[in-house]
Structure formats: C-alpha cells, structure tokens
Design a protein around this ligand. Structure first.
Ligand SMILES: Nc1ncnc2c1ncn2[C@@H]1O[C@H](COP(=O)(O)OP(=O)(O)OP(=O)(O)O)[C@@H](O)[C@H]1O
Length: 487
C-alpha cells in the first residue's frame, strides 16, 4: 500500500475515533463474531459497565449477563439486515436502538449500532397518563365549575366532557415545555387548541409560529425551516433570511400536518430538537434556539412509521404528550355553542342580526359533520349569506340537507361537470377538477401517492387540495367541494 493510502487510512481511523469518543448517542461496534470493537463513552452509564469492561466483552456474554435485552447487534449478525428495536438495559434504561451491517468485499465485517435513551421521555409519558386519569376521574364526579373557570377559553367554545377533559389536560401541561402532539380529524380544532396552549403557556409573550408542513413545496422546505445566509443559493434574498425554527425562538413552533415532513428533514429536525441549535443554509455557525414544539396530524403516525414514511426516533421524541380531539359527531353537545358563537361573529361581521329557525336545530344536531367544526362554520356562513330574511332555515329556505356532503363517483363526477347556465369554462373545469380529486382522495393515503397517480408534483397536489379544501385518506376537509367560503 502506498504512503498516501496509509495516511488516508490513518486519518479515517482518527476521525472515526473522534466521532465515537464525542458522540452523545451510544455507539456500539462489534465484529462478525460479536466481539466488541469499540463503544462510545456514554455507553457505560446506560449499560452499567466501564467502557474498558464493555470492550473486553462480546454481545453473547452481555446478553447472558442481562446487560442487553435483547441485543440488536446479535439480531443483525443473524439476519445481516438493518434493524430498529426497543431495548431494556441492565440498569433499567429504555433505549431505542438501530443497527446496520457493514460489508467488506460482500462479506459481513462488522455491525454498527446506535441507541438513544428514552427513559426520561417514558417517565414523562407515565406522569402524563396519571394526570389524564386524574382529570378524567374529576370530570366523572360531576360538573366542575373550577375547571371551566380555570380553562378561560376566550375564543373557543366547548361543553362536552370529552373536550373539557382534553382542554383540561392542555391547560395543565401548558406551563411545562414538553412537546405536545395534537391528534384528530381535519377541522376538529387542532390549530385552534395549539394556539390556546401557547396562550396558556409561559411563552405567551413570545411568537407562535404556525407551519403547515403539507403546504410548503419540498424544494423550499429546508430554506424555509432553517433559513439561509446571503448568497446561499441562486435566488436567495440578499440579506439572508431567518428560518421558522429561528423565528420561533422564545415562543412556540407549531408543526401542522407533521406526517408530511420530508424524511430528510425529519432527521434534521430531530437534531435541532436534541441540540437546540439551528444552522442556516450556507452558514457554518450554529445559532441557539429555544422553542416549545407542538405538532399536529390527522394521520396515523404509527402506521407512517411502519410504512417507513416517518422516523421512529422522531416519533418517540414528539409523542411525549399525545392529545386526541374527538370528532364533532362524538360530542354533539358542543354543536349549539359552536353555532351560537359563529352566528354572533357573522352578525357582527355583516352587521345584521340573524337567528336560527327552531326547526333547523334538529338537522344541525343530527348531521355527522365529517369536516367537523370547520364544516359547521362554513355551512353556517353560507346559510347566513344565502338566507333571505332574519331567520336562517325558515321553512322553504336553506336547510342543512342542501349542503349535505357529496362523494361523487364515476358518472356522477361527469354529471357534476355538466355545463350550468352562467358558468364559465374555468368554473366548469374547476368543478370537474375538484370532483376528481375528491374521489381520488378517498383511496389515496398521502399527497405523494396522489401525485404519483395524477402524474403531477406533490406540491401541486398540496396546493390543489388546499384550494378545494380536501385531504387524503377518505376525508373531505369541508362540507362540499365547491363551498370555498372562508370563515
Ligand atoms: N372549540 C372550538 N370553538 C370555536 N371554534 C373552533 C373550535 N374548534 C375549532 N374551531 C374553529 O374551527 C375551524 C377549524 O379549526 P382548526 O383549523 O383548528 O382545525 P384543524 O384540526 O387544525 O384542521 P386541519 O387538520 O385541517 O388543519 C377554525 O376556524 C377554528 O377556529
């Protein structure tokens, strides 16, 4: 081997030693026989053995001694495939481990594994479950004036026990900096409650940065999130730009539709959460950031992890305090309050006092509202605007049925596109486009799948779905594809 090659190998080995010695995560390298070649210093605390003792051992011995249970390296040595699993260590720590086989000339040479200690997160989750149970028991004991007063919901309207329970939880966890994950169907109020959580928190005076991960085109995501230095890429603003992670400093960062975050950015986000530092594109100096993270999704994230669309380690990081907001059809007690709140807003906005006809209440209470509160708000605005007198829904006028959700298929799609007197070609094409998308959304699980089916880019799909208020996974965002009145 030449001198230059030898130097290069020495440099590489020094570099690897440095990486292992300074790693925050726990790194384990074993050879093809399971002998431990190297471990990072952090391993001693989590495995309860000195670094030297670990390096004098092999994985089979460690499993026999109960230090590793189970051993991910052993698993990869057997299957020769990358693997991810939860381990309990001899010191009782819960770690999330991932391991990769390394092949040299087609033969397994060694296995590199990396693990992250999740014990503290687990403790927080257990405390949270206890808190959830206490609030639930308290609500079961009967009406709780204290809780309602304490909630002090300015803009939001809730009556149902289910929602009071969720709001109570958010109220109690608000002063902590723990990451909250708000789950629920489209339009249930995830964004509204994320905002409320921010107002209840100690960061109330700081910014609330609302990022819809589904709405940012992939090619802009990194610069929007991380910001950039002057001249970082062609078209970059002259003075550079702070990204949204930086803008959230001192406040709350709300990542809506987190399941849509591209995989490459998921690992970068995880690093920011762990290190509290952001590096702008084109910069070498990291900047310290301090924000509270709140995320939301209407998708099943565990399923996205299984499908390989979402990183397991990020899932564990953000799944600290999951709060599920129930759909409106499961809390019909909230409907009257929501209708009255929206009616008062409309009366104020349009300067006219309209009321709901008593006969309409039955329909409002029995409708399933698949688009949840947003659908109810849009329906009411439409009914308010099309109502001819002071009474909305007076016999012979607009009824909830008029706007009943439609899910057209096949020939019905074509029928929807039939020319209507007075419609322009643009109106007709838009109506057709919205009906086709609405139908395909029934079966497409993600905007990526829909983009592939339609042979257009994913950002275009996202823009179109937003335009028609639709979302993937069989749910319509709003009551009818054509009703685009914004509340
Ligand atoms: N409890 C509530 N009281 C008053 N208004 C509400 C309530 N819940 C939701 N809303 C209103 O309903 C509309 C939809 O809510 P929001 O945007 O928070 O839903 P979402 O779950 O974030 O939807 P998406 O998943 O589509 O982002 C908003 O105008 C919001 O203010």
């Amino acid at each position: 081997m030449s001198q230059t090659n030898d130097d290069a190998l020495l440099n590489k080995s020094a570099l690897l030693n440095k990486i292992i010695e300074t790693a925050h995560d726990h790194l384990f390298v074993v050879d093809a026989e399971g002998r431990i070649l190297d471990v990072s210093p952090g391993c001693s605390a989590v495995y309860g053995m000195s670094r030297e003792a670990l390096m004098a051992s092999n994985v089979n011995q460690l499993v026999a001694q109960g230090v590793l249970s189970p051993s991910i390296s052993q698993q990869v040595l057997k299957t020769q495939q990358p693997c991810q699993m939860m381990q309990i260590t001899g010191t009782g720590r819960r770690v999330l481990a991932e391991a990769y086989p390394v092949f040299v000339d087609g033969r397994l040479d060694c296995v590199v594994s990396r693990s992250m200690d999740l014990t503290d997160l687990q403790l927080m989750q257990d405390e949270y479950a206890l808190l959830q149970k206490r609030i639930s028991d308290q609500l079961k004991r009967g009406p709780d004036a204290g809780l309602s007063e304490e909630l002090a919901l300015d803009e939001l309207e809730i009556r149902s026990n289910a929602m009071r329970e969720m709001a109570g939880l958010l109220r109690r966890v608000a002063p902590t900096d723990a990451t909250v994950m708000i789950l629920g169907e489209s339009g249930v109020g995830k964004t509204a409650f994320a905002r409320q959580l921010h107002q209840w928190s100690r960061r109330e005076a700081g910014p609330f940065i609302d990022v819809n991960c589904a709405a940012i085109p992939d090619n802009l995501f990194e610069s929007e999130m991380f910001g950039y230095q002057p001249g970082a890429f062609s078209g970059a603003a002259r003075g550079g730009k702070a990204g949204m992670l930086e803008m959230a400093d001192g406040g709350t960062l709300f990542l809506d539709e987190i399941a849509e975050l591209p995989l490459t950015l998921q690992s970068k986000l995880l690093k920011v959460i762990q290190d509290g530092q952001v590096t702008r594109l084109g910069d070498t100096q990291p900047r310290q950031v301090n924000f509270r993270l709140v995320v939301a999704t209407h998708q099943d994230l565990a399923q996205a992890v299984e499908a390989g669309r979402f990183r397991l380690d990020l899932f564990y990081r953000i799944n600290v305090l999951p709060v599920t907001l129930p759909p409106l059809r499961q809390r019909r007690e909230d409907i009257p309050g929501l209708v009255n709140l929206q009616l008062a807003r409309l009366n104020e906005r349009y300067g006219h006092n309209r009321v709901i006809h008593p006969s309409l209440w039955n329909e409002l209470m029995s409708h399933d509202w698949p688009g949840n509160v947003r659908e109810l708000e849009n329906w009411l605005e439409r009914a308010w605007l099309t109502s001819m007198g002071d009474v909305i829904g007076a016999p012979g006028q607009t009824s909830a049925e008029t706007y009943a959700p439609v899910t057209p298929r096949g020939s019905e799609v074509m029928a929807e596109a039939e020319p209507v007197e007075g419609d322009s070609l643009k109106d007709m094409l838009e109506r057709y486009e919205s009906q086709v998308l609405s139908q395909l959304c029934e079966t497409a699980n993600s905007t990526y799948a829909l983009a592939k089916r339609l042979n257009i880019s994913q950002p275009s799909v996202v823009r179109k779905l937003r335009k028609y208020h639709l979302c993937c996974g069989g749910r319509q965002r709003r009551m009818t594809a054509g009703s685009s009145i914004k509340a």
